[in-house]
Design a protein around this ligand. Sequence first.
Ligand SMILES: [Zn+2]
Ligand SMILES: [Zn+2]
Length: 421
Amino acid sequence: MTQTRSRPPKVFYRPSRPGDVPAVAQALTLKGLGTARSALQRMTVLLIGMGAVNAALLESAARLGVGRLICCDPAHFGPASHLTQPVSPQQAALGMAKADVHCRRAHEINPECEILCIQGFVQELPRFLLREVQVAILAGDNISAVVSASQLAMDHGIPLIESVVHGDSWLAYLRRFDLANPEAVCPVCNLSEAEWQARSQRAGCSIDTVLKPGLVPTRTLPIFCRVAADWGVAELIKQATGQDELLLCGEELAICLKNHKIWRTGYERNFNCRLPHRASTHVDLLQEPAQIELRELTAQFGDSANDLQITAELPWIRQAQCESPRCHLMTPVRRFARLLAHVGTCRCGAPLIAGSGGHQSAIPARDVAPCLNSPLSDLGLRGGHTVSITRDDERVHFYLGRPTLAEWAAAQEFADAEAVS
Ligand SMILES: [Zn+2]
Ligand SMILES: [Zn+2]
């Protein structure tokens, strides 16, 4: 996983091509969908994790004509993936990226859908994308992804759907949380201590991800995944058409296909939740990164920049090492950068490599004052990036521009070129 962190996530973008949809398909209204079609066309849905559940959900969402779909998953298929997922044995054997294969198929089903696919972790999603999303769907029970997705959804006030299956007991679950309300229950509220401790483990429908060392494979029959996925799609339709009174809200629906039992269970808000239940403030920065100094952002919190936690979507780099094996000199730098990116030139003329001298998740206190007068571009930030500043319970996200999905996807080629291969 460390090599994924040092490289930008791979990005695959497919634009909406309504002209490629046959006229007979455009004219057809599916029964039970009513007027939902145009509402779904205006919707942006985020799918986190592209195992068997979200692969099925993506396919249904594409058939229904959801306007924009953003998918993320870091994994590749393994040689037995076709037993549990809608993928050909050839694609599985080639070890292709899951998110890309599923998104390609969804776009073939409905070329009118705009689909952005990110081969990376939920923690690597650029924050500006969340501003476009009306609902996020998390599939799988990787606790670390649950925590990150809940935090993102709460920050942006969007509902989060969790689709989970348990193969041994033939159970499919659907949970939905309305995270626009900080007083409402969140998915992290009811995590047990054991689940919290197990945050680094992975599990889910996919044979490939659960076969990682030290983990027990679940090898879930895909039929349960399909049930969980289609329940999730029904919630999408209800949300798109404003049937709020019919939506699950802070609740879990479970069905056992073995004994036909169905449970609907409400969750209680935990006032000692490990996630801070708070809404964030969102600020659009209208100038270019070269024209904005860090001081203009911290000024939102008053005169003192002490005790501010300042983060971006990249690690903070304090030192960089010369790339030349004959030199290897360490040079101090103060900026955000992806690990292993080129961040300047050594005295000897060779490139400097970020992160070889250590990195941090936020700007350390001793670096804040020297950087206050620096333009954000000098701190390694560019259009599409977000700077987040937190003090106590207050959190502000500053957005450097608001690119379209197509613009952002095209700009990622530069990010690739910047990193060392
Ligand atoms: Zn909570
Ligand atoms: Zn050097």
